[in-house]
Design a protein. Sequence first.
Length: 272
Amino acid sequence: MKELSIAVVTWNCRNFIERFVTELERSLRARDEYEVLICDNASTDGTADLLATSLPRHFRLVRSEENLGFARGNNLLIRQAKFGQIALLNPDVFDFPEDFWTIIEAEMAHVGADVGFVKLRNPDGSFQDCIGNFPSPTRAITSLIGKKIDFSTIGVATRVEVGIMAFMMTNKKVIDEIGLIDEDFHMYCEDVEWCFRATRAGKSIMYFPELSLTHLGGASAESRWKGLRKELIKYRSEGLFVRKHFHGIGFLLMMMINLLKRVIIRIRIICA
C-alpha cells in the first residue's frame, strides 16, 4: 500500500463530522503510513473546536480564520501534504466499503489511471450525478430541453471527462504538472476546470463504479444557499469556466446559453 495524504475541507459540519472521522479512521486502520489533513474554513457552529478535542492519530487540524472556500482550502492542504498519493474527500461522505483504499489503489494501478473517481450515492441509495462531460454548446442545449446522458448505467471502469471532488484520488506528480485547483472558483465548477486541464494535458481520468460511497451532497452549501439560489451560484461558476476556456463563436454561444439559464433561475426565484 502506498503512503497516502487525505485532504478534507470543513465548514459548519458539526452535525456529522464525528461520524465522518470515525468511519474514515476505521477505513484506514489497515494502513501504516497515512495522514488526514482537515482545514476548517472558520466554522461558526463549533466544528473546529470539536475536531480539536477528538481527532485520532494521523489526523491533523488546520484552522483558518476566514472561509477560504473549497479550492483555497484544499490547495492549502495539498501544499502541506507529505505523501505522494493524494485524495480529496468531502466531510459529508460515508459508508466506506471494506478495503476501500486498497481496492481503489489497485484499480487505478491496473488501468494506469492518473485520476480516479468512484460512484457516489444519495442517502436513499440512488445514483448521484458524480461524473459527466465538459460544458459544451451541445450539452447546454440538451440540458435546457431536459435531455441528459444517464451515467448511472455505467457498471465497469470507464474513462470519463469530469468527476466531482467529493472524492478524488490522484498524486502530487499529476498535481505538479496540472496545477492546483483554480482559486477563482470559490464553490462549484472547480472540479470541471481542473479535470479540463488534466484532460488537455493527456491525463487519464477513470471512473470506478464498482466502488461506491454515500454523499450527502452540498451539506455545507445547503446552509448558505438553498434550492434555486444554489443553482444560480453554479451557473455563475459555469460562466467563469466558459470565460477561461472558450473562445470565438463557441464562447459567445456558451455565454448566451449561460445567461439564459441564469435569467430563468432569477425569474423562478422571483416567482417562488
